[in-house]
Ligand binder design. Structure first.
Ligand code: ADP
Ligand code: MG
Length: 677
């Protein structure tokens, strides 16, 4: 059992208290059987009138249960002989389950049930919690354990580290509940509790837990940052001559925002503590070139840089950029991709191991065991939300040698308000590229009903005839790459038939990376006019001559994802258009969501509106932050708590440093492992 509990993050008794219910069941009242309606989940009690084994298509045990107000059938498919014997006529049974309609009236299929003895206690006084559980650990067992823990809580109260600090900071004009009160309430809410509010995190008791968890989270990240500050990295001088040459080779000048972000990177790299910097910039703001300049600095000092991208396609594209920019400076850039033939891979591995390769661009392939770096000192991670914290840790360990760890630069297009960044990424320094390169024209966004598809196809023909290119994106509809890829293949056939004069290419997730590469290259070199694609092109693909984007079934997609997709156009000097196709009827909410994209091109604003319209979640989900351990808190939903979280954390660090470790241990699962990242 200890092993199973560990899977739930429960190691000590106190951890049971922090394991919070997923939902509640109302078992506070016995319902008269005569009053039951289909679909209702209820607690009933009655006497077995009849119990029979029926063998029709399937062997089942049917019991007739009556309580004077009515009768209902209990249906069991799996039962032991002794269970069958236990259901003898006259036995009093208490059942909990969902009422369904069966062939002979109402029934409960496999209800939870218990034989009731004479001195049976009354039904529960509070709502019954349902905990997240794991295989082999019964809900009942977990409930019993939590009950024990709650009983112990009365005798041995938890230390409430935050109470004095929160006392001076009332929440919405009211005093905060104490930790113990909040926990007791969450585990055993009264019959009339607003459970929806509780579960959605809006109840004062859930918020009390959320703020504690966020504080623990921030402290834990601050601790990782403190650990990182005790680590050593190779300090690099700012390769002035090489950088001047690099800039001279660029076909553009850096924006002020790129320069100031880069200045922060330069300062970090010059220090002998490792850089841990998050570089945020909206799609198209030009993060890659800033990263490339960091690689120039490392290479000038004779060290290696690893550039990690989330997809092969993007890795190939980054390789192309780094190769184009750095090779003229005499810096050797090589790709390391999962799809490379064995011989290419072997020679790449050799070049990485002997240090000939100064910059290695790749995907997950980079942190496989066979990859040995000679002198890795800088790790650049693109689109960080697609990499977990663990993967970052692995790559960091790869570079660790003779007490030196690599510098890390993490690039993301996810818009993150500053207070949120201070909490979600309290272990990272933060730079923002807050402007787009000059000359970019905002993408015009049009929302179009599916019925006008024929017009749109015409328009694509005209567009391509002028020498400009277009994307037609067939988004994720099923959770299956196979089905999506088929949909894209069909779309390509349809468009090819309608547009014989247009050169059409296709990329989707099921294609081999070499095949995708051929198509992408053809598109980049303008040998293709129209690229039909699944959302594989969502991240990072850069073809400035592509100025029209069509997205199908846009109503089904998240705003953040649509914004990313739209970022594939509007990258050059020509005006660009993004057409969001939808299948009517469009719900008022869906319409409003699509209108957000029409109204703004600003990623921050899109994220903010998305949050308002939809509630939190996907904008900065746990998957994206790499913070899987949050139980109750939600960084966006609880954004209003963040200023208090930051204040209280700092005060706690200053005045009660001894409280920090227990708080972290209480709330952060696997805190010890993550402290190293
Ligand atoms: P993202 O931040 O989305 O990763 P990229 O780094 O891919 O953006 O840059 C988008 C495009 O803008 C690329 O074609 C890049 O070469 C170009 N670019 C970057 N910086 C500038 C600049 N200062 N002026 C003009 N174009 C730029
Ligand atoms: Mg990018």
């Amino acid at each position: 059992m200890a092993e199973r509990l560990t899977k739930l993050g429960v190691r000590r008794i106190g951890d049971l208290l922090c394991l919070l219910p997923q939902r509640y069941e109302d078992r506070t009242t016995l319902k008269p059987i005569g009053s039951l309606v289909v679909g209702e989940t209820a607690l009933i009690e009655g006497v077995i009138e009849l119990s029979e084994l029926v063998i029709r298509r399937r062997r089942s045990l049917l019991c007739r249960l009556a309580d004077g107000t009515g009768a209902i059938t209990l249906r069991f498919f799996h039962f032991t002989r002794s269970q069958q014997q236990g259901f003898a006529r006259g036995t009093r049974l208490r059942c909990y389950g969902e009422v369904r309609s069966g062939p002979a009236g109402l029934e409960l299929v496999h209800p939870e049930h218990r034989i009731v003895r004479a001195e049976e206690p009354e039904p529960a006084e509070s709502l019954t919690p349902v905990y997240p559980t794991t295989e082999g650990l019964h809900q009942q067992t977990l409930r019993r354990l939590v009950e024990h823990a709650l009983a112990l809580l009365e005798r041995e109260p938890l230390i409430d580290f935050l109470e004095p600090l929160l006392a001076t900071r009332p929440h919405a004009g009211k005093a905060w509940p104490t930790l113990a009160d909040a926990l007791v309430y969450l585990h055993t809410p009264p019959r009339d509790a607003a459970t929806d509010l509780l579960l959605a995190g809006g109840h004062p008791c859930s918020r009390r837990i959320a703020i504690e968890e966020l504080i623990a989270q921030r402290l834990s990240l601050r601790q990782s940052a403190a650990v990182a500050r005790t680590e050593r990295a190779h300090p690099f001088p700012a390769a002035v001559a090489e950088l001047a040459k690099f800039r001279a080779g660029l076909p553009f000048t850096l924006t002020a925002a790129q320069q100031s972000a880069f200045a922060e990177v330069v300062a970090d790299l010059a220090a002998s503590v490792p850089m841990n910097r998050l570089l945020q910039g909206d799609v198209g703001s030009g993060k890659t070139v800033v990263a490339a300049m960091a690689a120039v600095i490392a290479a000038a000092a004779g060290f290696q840089t690893a550039v990690m991208a989330p997809t092969e396609l993007l890795a190939e594209q980054h390789f192309a950029s780094f190769d184009r920019w750095l090779t003229p400076l005499g810096v050797v850039v090589i790709p390391l991709l999962g799809s490379q033939p064995a011989r290419t891979r072997a020679s790449a591995l050799a070049a990485i191991a002997d240090g000939t390769a100064a910059v290695v661009v790749g995907t997950h392939a980079l942190f496989q065991e066979s990859v040995e770096f000679a002198k890795l000192a800088l790790v650049i991670v693109d689109e960080q939300h697609r990499f977990g914290v663990e993967q970052r840790l692995k790559l960091k360990q790869k570079g660790a040698q003779r007490e030196r760890v690599p510098h890390q630069l993490i690039m993301t297009a996810t818009p993150i308000p500053r207070t949120l960044a201070m909490t979600a990424y309290a272990d990272l320094d933060y730079s923002v590229i807050g402007e787009l390169p000059p000359g970019r024209q905002p993408v015009k966004t049009v929302v179009l009903a599916e019925q006008r598809r024929a017009e749109l196809v015409e328009r694509v023909a005209v567009h391509c005839a002028t020498g400009q290119q277009a994307y037609w994106v067939c988004p994720l509809i099923e959770e299956s790459e196979l089905i999506d890829s088929q949909a894209a293949t069909e779309l390509e056939a349809e468009l090819a038939a309608a547009l014989p004069q247009v050169r059409i290419g296709l990329v989707h997730g099921r294609m081999k990376s070499a095949e995708k590469d051929v198509v992408m290259r053809a598109f980049k070199s303008r040998a293709l006019d129209l690229l039909v694609a699944t959302t594989v092109i969502e991240v990072g693909v850069d073809v400035p001559n592509a100025t029209l984007m069509v997205v199908e079934n846009a109503e089904r997609m998240g705003l953040a994802q649509l914004h990313q997709l739209r970022g594939r156009v509007g990258r050059g000097h020509q005006a660009s258009t993004c057409v969001l196709l939808y299948k009517p009827p469009l719900s008022p909410l869906a319409r409003e969501r699509l209108n957000v994209l029409r109204a703004t091109n600003d990623g921050f604003e899109v994220a903010q509106k998305d949050l308002e319209l939809r509630g939190p979640g996907e904008v900065l989900g746990t998957r994206q932050t790499g913070i899987e351990q949050l139980r109750v808190a939600d960084l966006l939903r609880d954004a209003d708590l963040l200023p208090t979280v930051i204040e209280v954390s700092e005060q706690l660090l200053a005045t009660q440093p001894q409280a920090v470790a227990p708080l972290i241990r209480r709330w952060i699962r696997g805190a010890a492992e993550y402290a190293q990242v």
